[in-house]
Design a protein around this ligand. Sequence first.
Ligand SMILES: [Zn+2]
Length: 203
Amino acid sequence: MAYRVGNYDAKFTAMVVVGMHGNERGVNGIATGLRELAAQGRFTAVDLWIVPAYNPDGLVVNRRQNSRGVDLNRNFPQNWRPLTGNYYAGNQAASEVETHSFMKVLDRARPDLLLSFHQPLNGVDIDTKYPSWSRYVAEGLNLPLKNFNCGGVCSGTMTGWYNARYPGIAMTVEYGAKPDATYMRTYAPRRVAALFQRAGGAS
Ligand SMILES: [Zn+2]
């Protein structure tokens, strides 16, 4: 499920993805908080898409993978490799319904900036298509810049697929292992909202 909120006519389109890994539930509050801010009319300069539970089956059982044991962030048809174990990539590229569905959503929404929230590395990936955007996001969210290198296996990632095919930029943002629940529900969404509004040209 994806919610489209904010100003549909805005020139700047953003997307927030939460819950791609079902055991990284400490960031879920961001999606809730952003929807509350949207209900207050805070996104005047942003056409904002919110995906609050990318991997619903994994979220229910607190597991990284989906119900078929696939790491959805290794299943995209971009440098796909047949990884096994914790990073099991599926039996072929885009084998999972979650991947298919989201590729369609991305093709429709085509965000200028997509933030995919994870845990527990605590930082913003500097190794992106436009490092200046990484710095902008890190500063806006008050997180350090880091090179995540996908845990050594940068194959089949959603951000890699999007960055290779569309003009917009997708990046991974990681919070720590146990982020404060109030911070994630209240303050982190405000920071995300402020940086989107600035990027959208709000004064
Ligand atoms: Zn993750």
